[in-house]
Design a protein around this ligand. Structure first.
Ligand code: AMP
Length: 270
């Protein structure tokens, strides 16, 4: 495994290399990330994993500061997986070139997390644009856990580059909570609550199938869960899985939700 720190390292390493799978991450690796990496190792000749906590996609300075960091452990995980290259750029390497035209997402797209985290996806698209330009991967592996991110990045990158975005299923712990680096920030009692809340919503979604007054039931569910688990919901919505439009057809939809628990923001969909 070669560690690449800057553009020179990257150019030197990837110069004559083709069939590249790329897994962008912000580190604090868990089994979710590992499943993406394994898919890339299976499908591509070379696998590049990047670890970069992108300041541009944090709409809140405190959130950026407290984002978990575990670089030593991450490198040992990556070494064991036998990936070819790990890219560890600093802010200067990524943002040395100023962007001519600012990336904007449309009004229609300002839903779910885009509504609650101003500038977040603009930051994600910007860094994905820069990383794709540098690495020129054939395939980019991304998780369904961040479904709206996957949707926006796919539309953005596939229009501009030859790289294909490969969507990967969400990996959960044995209590069905989606794995997330942010889970490392949760004390045991909050982790337990997050697991119970997830299970509650899995059952809720199954029951919604037969109901007519969905909007009302969702409203009530937000109130109920906020009270029981002392969480603050940003949203709990049923949306079509293809175009993310609000929907009542459960079969072609996903339940999307985001909430804060003890000031840690978690998102999921199923
Ligand atoms: P992050 O490091 O949180 O920015 O995530 C890097 C990539 O891993 C993104 O494409 C995420 O969607 C994906 N990812 C994060 N958690 C999971 C999970 N539990 N299952 C599958 N993919 C995940």
């Amino acid at each position: 495994m070669k560690i690449l720190l800057n553009k020179n390292d990257l150019n030197e390493a990837l110069n004559k290399v083709s069939n590249i799978g790329f897994v962008p991450t912000m580190g604090s690796l868990h089994k979710g990330h590992i499943s993406l990496i394994k898919k890339s190792l299976n499908e591509c000749k070379y696998t590049v994993v990047s670890i970069f906590i992108n300041p541009q996609q944090f709409n809140n300075k405190e959130d950026y500061k407290k984002y978990p960091k575990n670089i030593k452990k991450d490198l040992s995980i990556l070494k064991k997986l036998k990936i070819d290259f790990v890219f560890l750029p600093d802010k200067k390497t990524i943002y040395s070139k100023k962007r001519g035209i600012k990336i904007k997402i449309s009004k229609r797209e300002k839903i779910l997390c885009a509504k609650f985290r101003k500038g977040h996806f603009e930051g994600v698209l910007d860094v994905m644009d820069r990383l794709t330009k540098l690495i020129k991967p054939n395939k980019i592996y991304m998780g369904e856990k961040d479904y709206q991110q996957l949707y926006l990045v796919k539309n953005f990158i596939e229009k501009r580059y030859k790289s294909k975005i490969i969507s990967c299923e969400t990996i959960r712990d044995k209590y069905k909570l989606a794995l997330s680096s942010r889970n490392f920030l949760l004390k045991r009692k909050y982790l337990k609550k997050a697991r119970l809340l997830t299970n509650n919503l899995i059952i809720f979604k199954k029951r919604l199938k037969k109901q007519k007054n969905m909007k009302n039931l969702i409203k009530k569910k937000i109130i109920e869960l906020s009270k029981i688990y002392k969480v603050k919901f940003d949203y709990l919505e049923i949306r079509n899985r293809k175009n993310l439009k609000l929907s009542r057809k459960i079969e072609s939809s996903k339940l999307f939700f985001a909430y804060s628990i003890n000031d840690i923001r978690l998102i999921d969909n199923f």
